[in-house]
Design a protein around this ligand. Structure first.
Ligand code: GLN
Length: 447
């Protein structure tokens, strides 16, 4: 804990932490030392973990990096986090992110951007930028993020670390502030696969507080990391040959596929004809869900309340106008539009149908293959401010990550070397629903 606290204070300019639980973490470490001495320590004894500012932790602030929740304290601890604490993990602080997990660069935080440690003029990715940088810069060993469209995998790729998005419904969402409920998953950042697998194994599984969580038994992922068979790998030609893909990322991805072939694995090119529909589908459905989820922040129940109000209507309007940032407002408006009576069928219903097509096609590709392999992102970490005035450009950062969320399947990003400027490149491995074991084992084999 002392090691990490020292790093946190030396690297405060990165703005990764919104709050550090210094005394608590030191006290927890001491208590766990005693447990270790008594032979009673949990499976995560001493693992120092940071949490994205969208996870509820009893008697601690949770702001979703928004002004509207400034000063709001959670009254309970979310299930996933509680399970880590029960195994003697040490929670060291709350991490910066894009407001309500909406963004791809961490520039939408009401508390300022977080910086990529490798190059402070570049973004760490988002929305879980603080969580990625915290692991990248050794400010904690493991961190939790959330992934609705790529928010764990994309920043993991930009920071050169490992980021997992499990199968939808594998981990309870109780205590995760909702962005788009049918896409949201808690995800894990780490520097290696065994740490990541162990943390998932402890967090996953049925929870009486969240009826959408799967009751399927949770495999002991961390002891199933031996990948000793001939893999059936597919890569999607539309991702590799897409116009916007950085040539160096393309080259590295193809080199990895070639290496797999040389090692005797089966590597097949497949077609996924819906790549162009993924982002529109994602942004119609997630903004719709967000507009409903964020209606609870009304100035009455949580956090910020405008001072300048006369009646209830103006209380809502002023609180929300003052409390929400630009991107969140844009999404609430978009979502309200696609759900409005005259446009519901043209946008929302249509997008639901396209989601089904994307899901079925993804499952079909995975039926004949162990994993799909593709770049995590079309570019390396971009400069701060480079895309912040153009939301459509920003949305392209998630071109390859969103498919796994739309389909609900697990995916991981692992480091795949660096470009000529030394910036990290990510490789994404997508697996069958609930087959995290194969995803982890294959990822570990490649690392
Ligand atoms: N960057 C994507 C978005 O802005 C994904 C966010 C996420 O996964 N939370 O919606």
């Amino acid at each position: 804990v002392q090691f990490y606290l020292k790093n946190i204070s030396e690297k405060a300019h990165l703005n990764a932490f919104l709050e550090v639980y210094e005394e608590e973490a030191l006290a927890a470490a001491q208590a766990i030392d005693q447990k270790i001495a008594q032979g009673k320590a949990g499976r995560l004894a001493g693992m120092v973990i940071g949490i994205k500012d969208v996870l509820c932790y009893a008697n601690h602030e949770v702001n979703a990096a928004s002004k509207i929740l400034s000063t709001f304290q959670s009254q309970f601890t979310g299930t996933a986090l509680q399970r880590l604490i029960d195994e003697d993990a040490i929670i060291i602080g709350r991490l910066n992110c894009d407001e309500f997990a909406m963004g791809s660069s961490n520039e939408n935080s009401a508390y300022g951007p977080c910086l990529n440690e490798l190059d402070n003029t570049r973004v760490p990715g988002g929305s879980s930028g603080g969580s990625a940088v915290a692991v990248q810069a050794d400010l904690c060993l493991v961190s939790l993020g959330s992934d609705t469209g790529g928010s764990v995998r994309q920043p993991a790729a930009f920071c050169g670390i490992v980021g997992l998005k499990p199968t939808y419904s594998r981990i309870s969402r109780w205590g995760l502030i909702a962005y788009a409920s049918s896409f949201d998953t808690i995800g894990v950042f780490s520097k290696n696969i065994p740490d990541n697998a162990l943390v998932l194994e402890i967090m996953a599984g049925a929870d009486e507080h969240d009826s959408t969580v799967s009751k399927k038994p949770v495999p002991a992922y961390s002891s199933l990391l031996n990948f000793n068979k001939k893999a059936k790998v597919a890569y999607i030609k539309e991702t590799i040959h897409s116009e916007g893909l950085n040539p160096e990322i393309k080259e590295r991805t193809l080199a990895t596929l070639e290496k797999l072939k040389q090692a005797g694995h089966e590597v097949e090119e497949v077609s996924f004809p819906y790549l162009d529909y993924i982002l529109p589908t994602y942004y119609i459905l997630t903004t719709a869900e967000a507009s409903a989820n964020l209606s609870r922040f009304d100035g009455v129940r949580y956090g910020h309340r405008s001072e300048a109000t006369g009646d209830l209507e103006s209380l809502y309007k002023k609180t929300r106008s003052e409390g929400f940032g630009e991107e969140v407002k844009r999404r609430i408006m978009l979502g309200t539009f696609v759900l409005s009576a005259s446009y519901y069928d043209a946008y929302f219903t249509k997008a639901q149908k396209v989601r089904r097509l994307i899901k079925e096609k993804t499952e079909e590709l995975l039926k004949d293959h162990d994993v799909l392999v593709m770049p995590t992102t079309p570019t390396v970490a971009f400069k701060l401010g480079e895309h912040s005035s153009n939301p459509l450009e920003m949305y392209l950062a998630d071109l390859y990550t969103v498919q796994a969320n739309v389909a609900g399947v697990p995916a991981i990003s692992i480091p795949n070397g660096v470009d000529s400027q030394g910036l990290p490149i990510g490789l994404q491995i997508v697996g069958k629903a609930f087959d995290e074991a194969t995803v982890f084992a294959f990822a570990d084999y490649l690392m």
